[in-house]
Design a protein around this ligand. Structure first.
Ligand SMILES: [Zn+2]
Length: 162
């Protein structure tokens, strides 16, 4: 069976048993920005259920322009007021440089490598706090998820001044 056929076969079973969520607005008014790493089961790690949160994933779980684009819609159209940015241990973007990643991939891009998790989280959260169109956001938290223990380190917190 090819990988695609395997996915479609699994979907037959899923569609037959799935729970339908009618409301597109996340029930917990929450968005999680995290890495694409295959070891992170975002819903299980944070105790979330279908319909409760937006999950925005990319390499590193960094706040890129495309994350800002998604959060503009999350916050203004879909009621999100809380964001968690969750990086993780053993990330492929940690301890490497843009130059190394450009050489490795042949892609002339900014890869948002992570030198230090706390510094990278502070940088990303400052960007969210300072982005003029993200005014509906009231709370942003920065976590580091340990892929070995499953535990979260609660590193940075920002709340919009009243
Ligand atoms: Zn990662």
């Amino acid at each position: 069976m090819t990988e695609i056929a395997r996915l479609l076969a699994a979907n037959d079973a899923y569609a037959a048993a799935r729970r339908h969520v009618a409301d597109a607005r996340p029930g917990r008014r929450l968005a999680v920005v995290t890495c694409m790493d295959a070891r992170i089961d975002v819903f299980a790690v944070l105790g979330l259920h279908l319909g409760e949160a937006h999950v925005i994933r990319n390499a590193g779980g960094r706040v890129t322009d495309d994350v800002l684009r998604s959060l503009a819609l999350s916050s203004h159209v879909l009621g999100v007021d809380t964001v968690v940015v969750m990086q993780h241990t053993k990330c492929g973007l940690a301890g490497v440089t843009d130059e190394e990643l450009r050489n490795l991939t042949g892609a002339d891009l900014g890869f948002f490598p992570i030198d230090d998790h706390a510094a990278a989280l502070r940088e990303d959260i400052e960007l969210l706090a300072a982005t003029p169109f993200l005014t509906p956001l009231a709370v942003v938290a920065g976590f580091v998820y340990d892929v070995e223990s499953g535990e979260i380190d609660d590193v940075v917190r920002w709340e919009r001044p009243a």
